[in-house]
Design a protein around this ligand. Structure first.
Ligand SMILES: Nc1ncnc2c1ncn2[C@@H]1O[C@H](COP(=O)(O)OP(=O)(O)OP(=O)(O)O)[C@@H](O)[C@H]1O
Ligand SMILES: [Mg+2]
Length: 238
């Protein structure tokens, strides 16, 4: 599904990846690691927002940077910050965009979809009147409606309350598409096929959720035990 071969990526003056290799085919993959490890950068390469300076990133064999123009519904990305994703002023207009139909038909479908989820009151709501977590939920609804083959969720649980997290967790288990999720809420990954721990742009561990999350937790605990200023990975000697 997603193939990253010898990819090197600079963002500003930061070398985020230097020869990253990952072949990602499992239906459910989790991405974990400290702040700044490169999770969002990996997603940006996968959906074609950033192209690696060297190496290749392909989705089903197509270079990721060509996806938006050639296969617009192949990859759907839910951004870490919902305000980077939402473009329309109301919920129903934003969801209508995801459907890609004529305005009237799309808005009717968007309203029906919201009703089906008990959210009929949200249709006319101004996006600006929603809380951060509610805006994050709108982004997930837009992904559900557009139904891309590969779904990238960048810290989708970050602002959700517990019922919202449970709903997203259940939705993710239900949809047939391939999903890659970055998260700091490791419990949500326990039933996943594979988890990858990124550390300073490199794969530190890759395997089943229990093993990889246990290794990451142990490393975090060891760093915390070394002292209050040593828990951040970027302060550690390389
Ligand atoms: N717009 C940018 N310009 C320059 N450097 C950036 C930019 N965005 C991120 N970086 C750097 O790239 C590296 C990877 O950042 P990235 O956002 O991919 O990390 P992350 O794993 O998603 O972290 P978080 O858990 O905080 O979301 C970091 O060193 C970060 O400082
Ligand atoms: Mg991030």
């Amino acid at each position: 599904m997603l193939s990253i071969t010898n990819a090197s990526l600079m963002r500003g003056t930061t070398a985020v990846f230097a020869g990253l290799n990952l072949q990602l085919h499992e239906p459910r993959i989790g991405l974990i690691g400290d702040n700044g490890a490169g999770k969002s950068s990996l997603f940006r390469m996968a959906c074609g927002l950033d192209a690696p300076q060297s190496g290749t990133v392909t989705v089903q064999g197509l270079p990721a940077y060509r996806i938006n123009t050639q296969r617009p519904n192949m990859v759907g990305m839910m951004f870490q910050n919902p305000d980077d994703q939402i473009v329309f002023p109301t919920v129903q207009e934003e969801l209508a965009l995801a459907l890609g139909l004529s305005r009237r038909e799309a808005q009717e479908k968007a309203r029906a979809f919201l009703s089906g989820r008990g959210l009929q009151d949200w249709a006319e709501r101004a996006i600006s009147s929603l809380s951060h977590g509610q805006r994050q939920h709108v982004c997930w609804l837009a992904i559900l409606l557009s139904s891309p083959a590969l779904i990238l969720l960048d810290e989708p649980f970050a602002s959700l309350d517990l019922p919202g997290q449970a709903l997203l967790h259940a939705d993710m288990a239900r949809v047939p598409q391939h999903i890659i999720v970055s998260t700091h809420v490791l419990e949500h990954l326990s039933s996943f096929d594979r988890v990858i721990w990124l550390d300073k742009g490199q794969v530190r561990a890759d395997g089943d959720p229990d093993t990889v999350c246990r290794l990451y937790r142990a490393d975090v605990a060891a760093r915390a035990a070394r002292g209050p200023t040593r828990h951040l990975s970027h302060t550690l000697p390389t």
